[in-house]
Structure formats: structure tokens, C-alpha cells
Design a protein around this ligand. Sequence first.
Ligand code: IMP
Ligand code: MG
Length: 178
Amino acid sequence: MDKIRLKDKEFSLFIPEAEILDAVGRMALQLKVDMEGKNPLFVGILNGAFMFVADLMRALDAPYELTFARYSSYQDTASTGKVNEIMPVRADIRGRTLVLLEDIIDTGITMCFVRRRLLDEGAAEVRIASMLFKPDSLRCDLRPDYVGLVLPGDFIVGHGLDYEGLGRSYRDIYKLVR
Ligand code: IMP
Ligand code: MG
């Protein structure tokens, strides 16, 4: 499919799944090396990261521990700048290396907030692995440790990302046309 329509908006094909999976495979290779001997806890950030988490954890193909947490900051097609904690990390994180798995970093406000919070709660180290990164939109001091693809600022959907709750299940990524 070259074009999709979600509610009032039209999107066109932007990144095919194969390109995403190549990028995720490269992230997995780097993580395998870096996490050697660290007993990391991977934390998938819901909802958007569900597909990336499944791709990355299968690419790692190793007995790592995985849990999920949920935050929200987006409304419509823009960040509200305020982060809500909907489902906190339940595991005992004191002294542990955490790897946060995020679908996309846009303003960075969500990841800044979550990282700070987990460090305050006693994590030894918090690394951030994001499938996608829009560096031009960044509004706080954040450098993700692992990035799949670097993108311009366009609003996108698919491979976990949504517009008003729709479009998460597409394998490919689509970009807003109008
Ligand atoms: P940030 O706090 O601005 O970095 O936003 C992070 C969250 O906003 C991501 O986890 C996504 O869920 C959502 N988001 C950011 N950019 C997009 C986009 O282009 N499409 C859909 N969701 C997005
Ligand atoms: Mg997200």
C-alpha cells in the first residue's frame, strides 16, 4: 500500500518494514556486546514500542529480562510537554542496568522524565534504545544510547506509532501528507 487514510488525515509510504528490521538488527548486535555481564532489565515503553520490543528482543534471542511501563504525552499530532505515568515499572530496579525501549524520541520530554525517575528510584544505570529519533524536535538534554533510524520532523504512523489510536499495526511506516 502506498497511501493510507486515518480519520481526517492522509499518509504515504515512508519507511518499508525491511529497512526498520535492518536497523533493529544493528541495534541488537551493539546491545549484545554492551550488555555482556550486566544482567540488564529491558523496559518496553507502551503503547508505541510494542512492535519494536518484539522485533528487538527476537533479534537479541537471549534470556534477557523484559518488563513494560506506560507513559503518555501525545495528543493529536503533537506533544503536550507534560508526561503522565499510567503504569510504572513494577520490578525491583535498585542497582540494576535498565535499557528503556522506546518507539520514537521527538521532543525527548518523555524519556528525560522517565530516565530521571528511574535513576531517582535507585537504578544504577539507565540506557535508552529508540527505534526512531527526530533530533530536530529535541527540547531537552537527551542523547539516546542506541538509535535505529534518524528522521526529519514529519509526523508518522505505523510499526507501533499511531494517530488518534489508529495505524499502530501497519508493518511499514507512513508519513503525514495532509
Ligand atoms: P516525546 O516525549 O516528545 O519525545 O514523545 C515521545 C512519544 O510521542 C513517543 O513515544 C510516541 O509515542 C509519540 N510520538 C512522537 N512522535 C510521533 C509521531 O511522529 N507519530 C506518532 N507518535 C509520535
Ligand atoms: Mg511511545
